[in-house]
Structures are given as C-alpha cells and as structure tokens.
Design a protein around this ligand. Structure first.
Ligand code: S3P
Length: 177
C-alpha cells in the first residue's frame, strides 16, 4: 500500500478524519503541521509571527522533500495530513504526488466557518472579515487542490467517523488499499 496524503482547506478534517482513517487502516498517522511545530519548537502561529508566511512555507517545503526522500526507507505506509496552504507553492505538487495517493477533502466555506470560525491558531485567517477571507482563499486555492488530487471527496454534512469510513471505501474502490 502507498502512503495516503490528505490535502484540503483549513477545517476540512484532514487531521481529525485522517487520524480516524489511520486507525481504521491500522497504519501510522503523521500531521505535517505538528511535525513542523516539533522541529521549530513553537506553534505554527509563532512561526508565522517570527518568520512570516514565507518562513513557514520554506519550512513546510523542506519537510515535504525530506518525507519524500525518506519514503523508500519506510516499510509501512502511513496517512499524512498536510497544511491547507501546501499547494500554494507550485513546486510542492510533484512532491505531494511522490509521497503517496493524494486525497482532497472538499468542504464549503460555510463548513469551514462553522468549524474554525473563532479559532485563533490559524494565522492565515487572522483579523476581521474571516468569512470573506475564507471565501477568497478557497476560490484561489481550489484549482491548486484539484491539480494535485488523485481522488476528490466532498466532506460536508458527515461526521468524522463517517468521513473516515467514506475515505476508506473510496480508496478501496480506487485499488489503493
Ligand atoms: C494554513 C493551514 C494550516 C497551517 C498554517 C497555514 C493555510 O493548516 O499549515 O496555519 O495556509 O491554509 P491546517 O489546514 O491544518 O489548518
């Protein structure tokens, strides 16, 4: 089995559903944002504050290339959850594809607002006018997500557990498991 790489907007369930999916498949789960926080010794919001988005993106791309480089050494497949902005650097896309089967979790702006409307840990949505910002960013990023995805799954309206099961079924249907 190849790795499963989850992409999608903030609040699309990459981490929550991803963890549950990994449990269903009995394989490890890795969250790239968590790995970056561990490497940097600070939360993502602090990396943004000290190094700006550019500094964060450099760290993110560097981690991604290292994960791909180390892939052949890992016998077991894993589920990887990525940060919502990883597709904004064009050069990341071939690396995401090399890392594994890329699954896009598609959600509506309404779902994002409902889930992370008041979450202060998302620097990309800092400040006022969050709803407008979500819509703008999503519009801008949707073609990038689609350019990268092997599988697209609409996630609105289902629980975390249902979405993990739906993802597993789709992966089975695609012959990925
Ligand atoms: C970002 C999404 C975040 C995190 C960072 C930037 C983005 O990850 O990587 O705050 O640009 O969309 P989540 O998608 O897990 O929230």
């Amino acid at each position: 089995m190849d790795n499963i790489v989850l992409i999608g907007f903030m609040g699309s369930g990459k981490t929550g559903v991803g963890r549950e999916l990994a449990r269903l498949l009995s394989i490890p789960f890795y969250d790239m944002d968590e790995m970056l926080e561990q490497e940097a010794g600070m939360p993502v919001s602090e990396i943004f504050r000290l190094e700006g988005e550019e500094g964060f993106r450099k760290r993110e791309s560097s981690l991604l290339t290292r994960l791909v480089r180390d892939k052949s050494g890992n016998a077991s497949a894993a589920v990887y959850s990525t940060g919502g902005g990883i597709v904004t650097r064009k050069e990341n896309i071939p690396f995401l594809k090399k890392l594994g089967t890329v699954v896009l979790f598609k959600v509506s702006p309404g779902t994002v607002i409902e889930r992370i409307g008041n979450d202060a840990s998302r620097p990309m949505l800092a400040g006022s006018g969050r709803e407008k910002r979500v819509r703008e960013l999503m519009l801008l990023r949707t073609p990038m997500y689609l350019a990268c995805a092997d599988i697209v799954l609409a996630m609105d309206g289902y629980s975390k557990e249902e979405n993990a099961l739906r993802t597993k079924i789709v992966l089975q249907e695609h012959g990925c498991l």
